[in-house]
Design a protein around this ligand. Structure first.
Ligand code: ZN
Length: 424
């Protein structure tokens, strides 16, 4: 671990970031590999737990390490608003600030700026489902973000204050946050946007990507006291094959003024579950094999298998911890709620087969009691289990690729998972 020596005389070295492909999944884009960063390595495929505000809610960073997390992802938007990226910079970067010595990712802030702003997903008008309209928004919800060709003006969800993100501002924030892997600032669209808007948005995202890579080059040279930070482009294009392929080839060819290319690629934007594999596959067809591919926002077992098979190397998702705080537990046979009364006298672990700290030391009856009593420890214990479940599943997928039994492992795992639980 090199993170004790980088304050003095450290010159950011792009070669301190690399990706090595391991075993290929025969006839498909899936593979195992290793991402090397200044803060350590990530064996891929890997699940990257989300610590939105530089903390995985309710769990110590040390515990995340113990349960096998190889890297954490934080949100630039949230850290920009609170405590401010200058404070994280002064602390020595995200890794030092949160006492997580391993690799870190930050997203560009674009998703939060636009999704918290325009009511994407949560507050879309119900009557608009299945309709394509660029102005869809739920009644009574004020539009909090306005996109123009230069950037996005938005209101803080914390205090309503007005802010503006541009590609340059996002790069500045992410350089100050200091994560090993950052994402270019992109425009988020939804499946409800029209084809015409998707095309326009893609052009805008392409122009923003160029501005990001130029600014990234400038900041890398200016901030030579810091370790190298890798920049991933983000591929949009919704459900349209031609748009996805065009986005990939454009971003693949893109260079900064000094010749820097993207270090990796994020597959973002609107995805329908049934198209996930197809869309990741289109992108993998077009992207260079020697660069890592990150898929933003998935964690369900069936999605993980499909994404890996089609060429995604890393994934992040807030769900394992978010649902844990609502008493939802993942086990091999599906998902169940520990809050229901049948667990009052169940003195067995959440999952007999699980190797997490919670399952080694605590019973369903105790965790059920903690939820009923509204004790904070309930969230801690369930988050440990769900994060371990997801990290371990992806670790097992990696082992199955290396051991040439991916298809058998997928069939067995999904057979159990999709059977769902009757009586956990
Ligand atoms: Zn467990």
């Amino acid at each position: 671990m090199s993170c004790t020596s980088w304050h003095y005389g450290w010159v950011p070295d792009p070669s301190s970031f690399s990706f090595t492909v391991g075993t290929l999944l025969e006839g498909r884009h899936g593979r195992s590999g290793v991402i090397t960063t200044p803060h350590g390595t990530i064996e891929t495929p890997a699940f990257i737990p989300v610590g939105t505000k530089a903390t995985v809610k309710a769990v110590l960073p040390e515990t995340m390490k113990e349960l096998g997390a190889q890297a954490l992802l934080a949100n630039a938007y949230h850290l920009y608003l609170q405590p401010g990226s200058d404070i994280v910079d002064e602390a020595g970067g995200l890794s030092r600030f949160m006492n997580w010595p391993g690799p870190t990712f930050t997203d560009s802030g674009g998703f939060q700026v636009m999704s918290l702003g325009v009511g994407f997903k949560k507050v879309l008008a119900m009557e608009a489902v299945g309709v394509q309209n660029d102005d869809v928004i739920a009644k009574g919800k004020e539009r909090l973000a306005v996109v123009d060709d230069d950037g996005v003006t938005f209101r803080s969800h914390l205090d309503g204050s007005q802010h503006r993100f541009t590609p340059e501002i996002s790069m500045g924030i992410q350089h100050r946050l200091g994560a090993d892997i950052m994402f270019a600032f992109d425009e988020l669209t939804t499946l409800l946007n029209t084809r015409g808007y998707q095309e326009k948005s893609l052009q805008r995202t392409h122009e923003w990507a160029q501005r990001c890579i130029d600014e990234h080059e400038r900041l890398t040279a200016e901030r030579s006291h810091r370790p190298y930070q890798a920049l991933f482009a983000v591929i949009q294009g919704a459900q349209y094959e031609d748009l996805r392929r065009k986005a990939c080839s454009g971003l693949r060819a893109m260079r900064g003024g000094a010749g820097t290319g993207f270090d990796g690629y994020g597959i973002g934007g609107a995805l329908e579950k049934q198209n996930l594999g197809t869309i990741v596959g289109w992108c993998s067809d077009e992207l260079p094999e020697d660069k890592p591919r990150h898929l933003l926002g998935i964690s369900e077992p069936e999605d993980l298998f499909v994404a890996v098979e089609n060429g995604a190397d890393t994934f992040d998702c807030v769900n394992p911890s978010r649902v844990a705080r609502n008493a939802a537990i993942y086990v091999d046979a599906g998902r169940f709620n520990i809050n229901t009364s049948r667990f009052r006298r169940d003195f067995t672990p959440i999952d007999e087969a699980c190797d997490c700290y919670t399952c080694a030391h605590y019973t369903r009856a105790y965790i059920h009691h903690l939820f009923k009593a509204k004790e904070m420890l309930a969230a801690t214990l369930c988050t440990i289990h769900n994060e371990r479940f997801t990290v371990r599943l992806v670790d097992r997928i990696r082992a199955s690729i290396d051991g040439s039994y991916f298809d058998e492992f997928k069939a067995e795992t999904l057979g159990r998972w999709q059977g769902r639980i009757r009586n956990p």
